[in-house]
Write a protein that binds this ligand. Structure first.
Ligand code: ATP
Ligand code: MG
Length: 431
């Protein structure tokens, strides 16, 4: 036998038990987004490479080292598997001129691809729910997006997710801060680690985000971006905070929260937990007022965030959410050729009436089929043998209580199943 082929490292199968939990999560997410007026959008998973280089920034981790890029051998075009959704979403909005009649609230869900070192909570194919509000200057929409996250944690019953916020101000304010930051860091020369030396003149803001304890000491004394913010930026930030206070959402201002993508300005935020080890950020976002024009559109303000589904689901599971396998209403067993035909029709008839039906395939004795019926968790078995087939009837046997088996005419079957299930429903309300 030849060896079984394996999936690519860092790209996981989501098996049925897991996939059902994903579906439960996605249903909640859809309801939640509807409650805030967000509409779905679906973008391709492959985009021209320059889209990401232009949107995310040439000297970001994502563009420098994490993208899956390749040349289309047919025409030489440079293509990339999307590492995130915002750039594609904005491209789609511009391409179809969606902002022509006013601002839009949009969301998407799907796989993203980044070539990182796989570890718990960090994969090469992972999934995000992305939420983007385009055309709103805020700060109300910034606050609304943060509050809506808090509502989702609540809807999901998740606890212990804390909020950090910061303001990155406007580009000119950042430029002034950047100059002073470079001057400050340069004084440390060889004391800077390799990462910091490399970033000093390309992306010094990211140095503030260092995980190196020695660097953290240096960073502690660095000029703070907050001190460079002008009146308008501060007013925007204060506006967001006031709405959060009013909504009763606690937050911590983290002056070192800078985000790894270049397009952010003003509000940035992250939601994190201590319960997932090193990969604790479950949701991150902020304002990106410059991106629409950077991608060739008429300038429009924008704000958005993305949640990492794998991390949120790991937390959901750790906090006690078990997936519940769906259970059929009826399991159909049968023996004999004529019986099989009638049983097959019975199953379809029941599905016409809206019931979930598991039709036994693959033969076997009645005894072994009934074992399968029992194991399926179905509430009723529909049994068709020679006797039933001859009389155009089906026997209904309750599997979860001691009630008697009954023979039902084929045409009465759906009503009988309905009556039985509703009767149980009334009994204990648990069905
Ligand atoms: P990190 O600092 O963990 O690398 P990031 O800043 O690169 O995160 P974003 O680009 O802001 O992440 O993506 C938003 C969210 O998507 C993250 O907060 C995280 O929950 C999730 N995410 C990002 N990269 C991965 C990955 N490789 N595997 C799983 N989830 C991820
Ligand atoms: Mg990252």
């Amino acid at each position: 036998m030849s060896q079984i082929l394996q999936a690519i490292r860092g790209m996981n199968d989501i098996l049925p038990d897991e996939a059902e939990l994903w579906e439960q999560f996605e249903e909640q997410v859809r309801d939640w987004l509807r409650a805030y007026g967000y509409r779905p959008i679906r973008m391709p998973m492959v985009e021209p490479t320059p889209l990401f280089a232009r949107a995310i920034g040439e000297v970001t981790d994502i563009v420098e080292k994490e993208m899956y890029s390749f040349t289309n051998s047919l025409n030489g075009e440079q293509l990339t598997l999307r590492p995130e959704g915002t750039a594609s979403c904005v491209r789609a909005v511009l391409q179809s001129n969606l902002l022509y009649d006013g601002p839009k609230r949009l969301w998407y869900l799907g796989p993203m691809f980044r070539h990182e070192r796989p570890q718990k909570g960090r994969y090469r194919q992972f999934h995000q729910v992305g939420v983007e509000a385009l055309g709103f200057p805020g700060p109300d929409v910034d606050a609304e997006q943060i509050v809506m996250c808090a509502r989702l944690w609540d809807d999901l019953g998740l606890t212990g997710i804390r909020l950090e916020i910061n303001s990155l101000g406007h580009p000119d304010e950042r430029a002034r801060h950047r100059a002073e930051l470079i001057a400050y860091l340069s004084k440390f020369g060889g004391q800077l680690d390799a990462d910091a030396q490399r970033r000093l003149h390309t992306n010094p803001l990211r140095i503030l985000d260092t995980k190196n304890p020695h660097m953290q000491e240096i960073v502690e004394g660095a000029p703070k971006l907050m001190d460079f913010l002008g009146e308008e930026s501060l007013k925007h930030f204060e506006g967001v905070q006031a709405l959060l206070r009013d909504a009763g959402i606690p937050s911590r201002i983290n002056p070192r929260l800078v985000r790894g993508l270049d397009y952010y300005n003003l509000t940035v935020f992250e939601w994190m937990t201590d319960e997932l080890g090193a990969q604790g950020t479950v949701c991150a976002g902020g304002r990106y007022d410059g991106l629409v024009s950077q991608l060739g559109g008429k300038p429009a303000p924008a704000c958005g965030f993305a949640m990492g589904i794998e991390r949120l689901l790991a937390l959901w599971r750790d906090q006690g959410n078990k997936h519940t396998a769906p259970v059929p209403d009826v399991y159909v067993v049968h023996q004999g050729e004529r019986a099989a035909g009638l049983a097959f029709r019975a199953a379809e008839r029941l599905r016409d009436a809206g019931f979930a039906v598991h039709f036994h395939c693959g033969g076997g004795s009645f005894k072994s089929q009934m074992k399968k019926a029992d194991a399926s968790g179905a509430l009723l078995a529909a049994i068709v043998g020679d006797d039933e087939a001859a009389a155009n009837q089906v026997s209904l046997k309750p599997l979860r209580d001691q009630a008697e088996q009954r023979r039902i005419d084929f045409d009465e079957l759906a009503d009988a199943v309905g009556a039985w299930l509703y009767e149980w429903d009334d009994d204990d309300g648990s069905l």
